[in-house]
Design a protein around this ligand. Structure first.
Ligand code: PEP
Ligand code: MN
Length: 332
């Protein structure tokens, strides 16, 4: 089938699913050509359905791929019934800091350790992260604690380096439309955590995911992290909680929420996190620091280990109410 598509000078893209493989034709195609190709494909053995995807982002759309995509980090499955929580400091500051955070978030039920090694900071005078040394700490502490790891990559040339040290590449809000970074992350075949830009529409967000999908990488988790607020007096951003059910409807990719950057204040993080789970998010990414007051970045929005532990109990209760599994509560 892919050959028949390629023979016409079009590009077939295969997305394997549970019991069938979706093959996309993500090239510009005239309506006449589309109909004749659809007829030919429909007649092939093994073809159950040919659909015309009306959304402009073809590969990201549920019309193209009806089943929810599961993103796997080793044994961890994101996007199924079970919720996944990623947690850890905004920035990796030292071995002791990351190790303490890792033990704490693991004990409370997080499955993935977050921590920035390359930090995109508004000011060039702010802490830029431990960079390569930070990546090594993340890799080592991930192994020591048995946690999967996610960390941000900000430069396309660093994708291979970051991919060699972490289980998942984070593309941050500021880089959501850095197309060469999206392409490089797609080519890496590593799972990608794609954060929504603070002023990106949902369509722009899905087009960014489309760049990664177009390189043949469907291991993408979307992250809503708050959009530009009307007023920064009380919160850093505004959590677009309604983006969660919208995205769950129009794309097959898993959706998680970052309540830390959405609110900017530790005190508001639990409410935003619980709202996200109630709205249907597949998980959370939360900033947790052993000593938030002395954090080198985002301390004001970082939870203490104790506050994170209480949040995880509350998340499990909301999960139960919306028929989602919170496996940490079952075992802990
Ligand atoms: C972060 O996760 O620390 C971060 C910088 O997030 P965002 O890209 O959403 O601002
Ligand atoms: Mn941060």
């Amino acid at each position: 089938m892919s050959n028949l598509i390629a023979d016409r000078g079009l590009r077939p893209l295969e997305l394997p699913g549970g019991d069938h493989t979706a093959i996309g034709v993500a090239s510009a195609i005239s309506p006449d050509e589309r109909e004749s190709l659809a007829d030919l494909l429909r007649a092939l053995p093994g073809v159950s359905n040919v659909v015309h995807v009306s959304r402009p982002y073809k590969l990201a759309s549920r019309e193209f791929h009806a089943a929810s995509t599961l993103v796997r980090l080793g044994d961890i499955v994101i996007g199924g019934n079970a919720l996944t929580v990623m947690a850890g400091p905004c920035a990796i500051e030292s071995r002791d800091q990351l190790l303490e955070a890792a033990h704490a978030v693991k004990a409370s039920g997080a499955a993935v350790l977050r921590g920035g090694a390359f930090k995109p900071r508004t000011s060039p005078y702010s802490f830029q992260g431990l960079q390569k040394d930070g990546l090594k700490l993340l890799r080592d502490i991930g192994r020591e604690t048995g946690l999967a790891t996610v960390t941000e990559v900000i430069d396309p040339h660093d994708v291979d380096l970051v991919a060699a040290h972490a289980d998942m590449l984070q593309i941050g809000a500021r880089n959501m439309q850095n197309y060469s970074l999206l392409v490089a992350a797609g080519r890496s075949r590593k799972p990608v955590l794609l954060k929504r830009g603070p002023s990106a529409t949902i369509d722009e967000f899905l087009f960014a995911a489309e760049y990664i999908l177009h390189e043949g990488n469907d291991q993408i988790v979307l992250c809503e992290r708050g959009v530009l607020p009307l007023d920064r007096t009380y919160t850093r951003n505004t959590l677009d909680v309604s983006a969660v059910p919208v995205l769950k409807e129009i794309t097959h990719l898993p959706v998680i929420v970052d309540p830390s950057h959405a609110t900017g204040h530790a005190h508001y993080v639990p409410a935003a996190a619980l709202a996200a789970i109630a709205a249907g998010a597949d998980g959370l990414i939360v900033e947790v620091h052993p000593d938030p007051r002395h954090a080198l970045s985002d301390g004001q929005q970082s939870l203490t280990p104790a506050a994170f532990d209480a949040l995880m109990d509350a998340v499990a209760r909301v999960a139960d109410a919306v028929d989602r599994r919170a496996d940490w509560a079952a075992t802990g």
